[in-house]
Design a protein around this ligand. Sequence first.
Ligand code: AGP
Length: 589
Amino acid sequence: MCGIVGYKGNKEVKDVLIEGLKSLEYRGYDSAGIALKNEQGVEIIKSVGKIADLEKKIKKEKLIDCDMGIAHTRWATHGGPNEVNAHPHTCGKITLVHNGIIENASDIKEMLTKEGVKFKSETDTEVACALINYYYKGDMVKAINKAISEIIGSYAFAILCSDDDEIYAVRKDSPLILGIGEDELFVASDIAAIINYTDQYILLDEGEIVEISNDGYVITKNGRNVDKKVLKADISKEAKDKCGYDHFMLKEIMEEPTVLQNTLKPYLEDMNKLIDLSEYEEIHIVACGSAYYAGMIGKSLLEEKAGIRVVCDVASEYRYKKIIYDRKTLVILISQSGETADTIAAMRKAKSEGVDTLAIVNVKGSTIARESDKQVFIEAGPEIAVATTKAYILQVAMISLMAYKAAVSKGLEKGREVLKDFELLPRMLKEVLDRREECLKIANKIYNKEDIFFIGRKIDYSICMEGSLKLKEVSYIHSEAYQAGELKHGTISLIEKGMPVFGIITDKDIREKTISNIEEVKSRGAKVIVISNEVLYKYDYEITVPKVSDYCQGVLVVPVLQLIAYEVAKIRGCDIDKPKNLAKSVTVE
Ligand code: AGP
């Protein structure tokens, strides 16, 4: 999942492209490159590593003036992160950048090699470039249409041809927008790359080819012109700013009370606006990473409180499983970006079987938001840090409120206590975040450890999974979340003197059981850190959050684990907003 951007206009092209790449860097940062089209041809500059490295290189170059170019930041899939594999790739008259995976690249490469085409890199992208060049006989749109009719996989391409002064772009599965400015035009993987210049954009649909020339833009599909609605982006320039925080991750954690308020308010004012899940006999919650862990909390509440049968599965498994839809089933897709390839595939699988789909999604206009039957939008705003924080909290809050509504509809919940908790939640969350010092104290005790465990039972285990993932992905400490009762069946052999073990205890029904499991690791020398909604005075370190109904408890516990992960990563000097090997939205499978 790379980031691509293209520009044609009167501003300094390299600056607009670099600015765009910086905003897309959360999509991948293994290497980067730009291609500038001037009277003498196409100038390409590439470098391994972050955009800053490319910028340094560009500064050394004496570049010829130009009015158009394309650029790329890479998350390596085919071929290692090196300069040869970095984009843009050129073959004959064609230069292009790509986000996605060409699944039949080796077959196409074999065909082209027989035709005498030579390849410099290990990438699938260069193969696509060579294929377009192979079919190009003076009509670029014809060549692109021919090539994409043979390409299997996902792609967003931005393309230059040395014969003309145009930028071409086309997509399938990978996101791509056309940005419309004052006498300037852009293509980009998402609006963040161009929001400093325009908030006017067009969402390109699959197979639509956009041509940007001195006369403006034309969009065609299978050779016919397509008229498209121009949309206005609802994100502010400030949203892309750290606003004085050291990292986007910390800024986004501290935004949680406000965005929670904004997301819950319309539903707390009128619960009729919220979908009633009680009409379904079975619910499948499908997602990836943290979104999946948010789904696990939803599963616990929908089963325990609303008595609805729930399957919660990771999308990369669900999409290839034999699924039996033999009841009135709803498939809920949870996704911050709305562009995660496996979750998209799981959605399309359910739709192809005529099953209802509901998306809990942050990015409006994303593929999952557009293709799902129903949507519940979380109002997190742009989430820049690769490690999700505010979006996860809103996903948990929304699916918990939906579980509560279903339980009320089924007569399993009465009274307003729970709704009161939801109304007070933003303020209580703010109070929890104000205790950052306590999280820092714990971080100072564990930052130099290489193995850490999180243990809990039922909904607390789901909280452990997110706490463990947060710590892993930003601090690179190996940590595991474990069902507390399962530890003694093997893994407890790993517990050593001084090893940190987080115990999460919020579920009163199994509190004593979890405490006895914590005692088991404590007796083997573990350094125990307990996050609970009751003061225990029993362990090395304890953080107690306000006690609220089960529907709301997770929203008050996970931010503590987010802050601890943040502080640990900061002490370890990690690249918190852009952890190695990761990307914000995983648009390849
Ligand atoms: C979480 O911090 C990670 N960035 C990752 O696990 C993420 O939750 C996962 O890739 C799903 O992304 P999505 O919500 O955009 O679909």
